[in-house]
Design a protein around this ligand. Structure first.
Ligand code: C2E
Ligand code: MG
Ligand code: MG
Ligand code: MG
Length: 285
């Protein structure tokens, strides 16, 4: 192994050595420990109906606070988990936390849905639908209260396998959302074949609608396409009032972004929810 690397010189540095660099392996070991000990937390970001200002749901986002390095972004640790067999326990942990939180909100009178992100390996695990059914029952949630967010690239990884799993989840009553919509070159025909409830327009388009007419065209046609397919259309990455007003005028069903709230730790989210629902006439626009 080492001899081969030396003889190939720098050429192998990126691919092989980088993937097995001591720093990366140490981070994977730390992540494994954190997952095993249940140390990952979940932050919640509200999803709001822009016509009424009401909170309709929340997205659960995994958070890892490394003991020495501080917060590590999910864009770093989710791929690490995917490549080291940790994504399944991580997904179960997030699902369990999210469903427990959702049951608490319901007990406090807030009938919201909670959305959990699924990476390719967890969607393609044949055990997922049964596990979801068990977690729903154990946490006392109706299936309609759970939305699973998947990306177009996940579906493209194994179209037949993902369709089979999506159909079983759909039969349970769980809702499915296509995340980061617009970035994955999905064909219209393929989307139509899937049992979907929601599309989330990627924030890269949403963030520039005020400044760029091409992004306005993408957003407008995504809203129309989503509605033509009887889907709920969500815009993520809404950071300012002009964007909010534009999306409301275009008929977007749900908005999510820093304008409303950053993702919040569970207790802060609950407090935010109580305050916001008392002032629901405030519509951010
Ligand atoms: P995503 O599912 O598309 O989540 C949206 C991301 O946009 C989140 O980043 C959120 O904090 C961020 N965001 C929300 N509003 C705004 C805004 O107004 N402006 C900007 N600039 N950003 C905004 P985060 O939490 O860093 O997560 C990044 C990605 O990591 C997620 O993208 C998702 O793909 C993945 N991820 C997070 N948690 C999980 C998880 O539990 N499981 C899996 N498989 N993936 C996860
Ligand atoms: Mg998401
Ligand atoms: Mg997204
Ligand atoms: Mg994203």
């Amino acid at each position: 192994m080492y001899a081969a690397k030396e003889s190939h010189g720098l050429r192998l540095y990126d691919s092989e050595l980088d993937r097995n660099s001591p720093q990366r392996l140490a981070l994977i070991a730390d992540l494994r420990r954190a997952v095993e000990r249940g140390e990952l937390t979940v932050a919640y970001q509200p999803k709001v109906d822009p016509r009424t200002g009401r909170v309709v749901g929340a997205e659960a986002l995994a958070r890892w606070h490394h003991p020495e390095q501080g917060p590590i972004p999910p864009d770093v640790f989710i791929p690490l988990a995917e490549h080291s067999g940790l994504v399944w326990p991580l997904t179960l942990h997030v699902l369990d936390r999210a469903l427990r939180s959702r049951a608490e909100w319901a007990r406090a009178g807030h009938d919201l849905h909670v959305a959990v992100n699924l990476s390719p390996n967890s969607l393609l695990d044949a055990a997922l639908p049964d596990l979801v059914a068990r977690l729903l029952e154990a946490t006392g949630n109706p299936a309609r209260a759970l939305t699973l967010e998947i990306t177009e690239s996940t579906i493209l990884t194994d179209p037949a396998g993902s369709l089979a799993t999506l159909e079983r989840l759909h039969a349970l009553g769980v809702e499915i959302s296509i995340d980061d919509f617009g970035t994955g070159y999905s064909s219209l025909g393929r989307l139509r074949e899937l049992p979907l409830h929601e599309v989330k327009i990627d924030k890269s388009f949403v963030q520039r609608v005020a400044a760029d007419h091409r992004d306005r065209a993408v957003v407008r046609s995504a809203v129309q396409l989503g509605h033509a397919l009887d889907l709920r259309v969500v815009a993520e990455g809404v950071e300012d009032a002009d964007t909010y007003a534009y999306l409301a005028a275009e008929g977007c069903d749900v908005v999510q972004g820093y304008l409303l709230s950053r993702p919040l730790p569970a207790e802060e989210f609950t407090a935010w929810l109580h305050i916001h629902s008392r002032n629901v006439t405030h519509t951010f626009g």
